[in-house]
Design a binder for this molecule. Sequence first.
Ligand code: IFM
Length: 440
Amino acid sequence: MTTYTFPHNFLWGAATASYQVEGAWNEDGKGESIWDRFSHTPGKIEDNSTGDIACDHYHRYEEDIALMRRLGLKAYRFSTAWARVLPNGRGRLNPKGLDFYDRLVDSLCAANIEPFLTLYHWDLPQALHEEGGWTNRDVSYAFADYAALMVKRLGDRVKYWTTFNEPSVVMFDGYLVGEHAPGIQDPRAAYQVAHHLLVAHGLGVQAIRGANSKAEAGIVLNLWMADAVSEDPADVAVADAAWERSETLFLDPIFKGHYPTAAYELVGEDMPKIQNGDMALISQELDFVGINFYSRNLFNAQGQIDSVPGSEYTEMGWEVCAPALRRMLVKINRNYKLPPIYITENGSAFKDEVSTDGKVHDPRRLDYLKQHFIQTRLAMQDGVDVRGYMVWSLLDNFEWGHGYTKRFGLVRVDYETQKRTVKDSGEWYAEVIRTNSVAE
Ligand code: IFM
């Protein structure tokens, strides 16, 4: 048996996002977000559900923090709903909304759990969408004002501030394929949106630091490793080209200060309009970068291989391939000058059932996590500076266009009763945290 031990201050945690867990969509003065509007539009969500109630975390956050404590979590990654605090995205403040996050942070601190806060996890205030949403550069300035407001109120207790979660998904799913809110399909708009998200990130970092010099500022990017089936140069060339095309659009501007050449080749005249000073703003140094990792794409000389014989797949249709996480971490560490890394999301959706003993036995999720923890530890031995790991997700929750059909939680949520049941993977994770090690 091999035991993989982690550094003593390794930040083990779990993650959620406001729209996916909070519910209380129109309570206590909250404004409408684009996800409220999108999920209320018939035909947009697989099971016709909404995030109106979700996990009711808005009312049950204390119970959920008690669960986090029981699991021994050292950190909780969550996002704040912009429209809960500023119902119109700018201007009038909703004190009750801000009070909620104040109470949440206080309770986390009392439980000795580090709050790891994301300012934008996709729920743009609808009022800002009506001003053009992320196609309108002004929204980036509104984001910076919102960031400053949040840091002024919570910065005495929250150290880790993330501007955006997965900007590529905002751009791609929201504005290119339209499967996410706001449901737009417009390539030219999409690339301008990407640029405005990056500008907002840069302005946000300045606002965070301006409001509290002790705050640590970062961003969360989702990356899929592009693997080649063999070392044959023809296979490798296709995999490398795919990586350049799909994974560097945000990495390069943030860590190199320019858009990748591949983007210019791919997008041509749809490349965004860039103003003087934008690239310096976007590429200012960060205190950390969050990486979300779920799976990889596999290529041969002919293109992408959709189904890999012998591989296991999750309910999302994503291949389980933990060694790709190590390869990806080593690759980005080699190609970019990166600040400390946190794995800000990693996890898997499988079909769970409550057994007759009342428990949820989820060996496949447990094994998925174990393999990814081990590969992360190996990447750290390769020289990658990983400081913490947030499992996606603490709770089963609203999985965007899939509604409640996919369960990612360490904790099962019965959506009828809101009963929480810690799954076997959650119990096992508690032991990993307690011993700060993984055994195989
Ligand atoms: O649920 C999402 C999360 O909101 C962002 N990253 C991927 C997760 C699983 O699809």
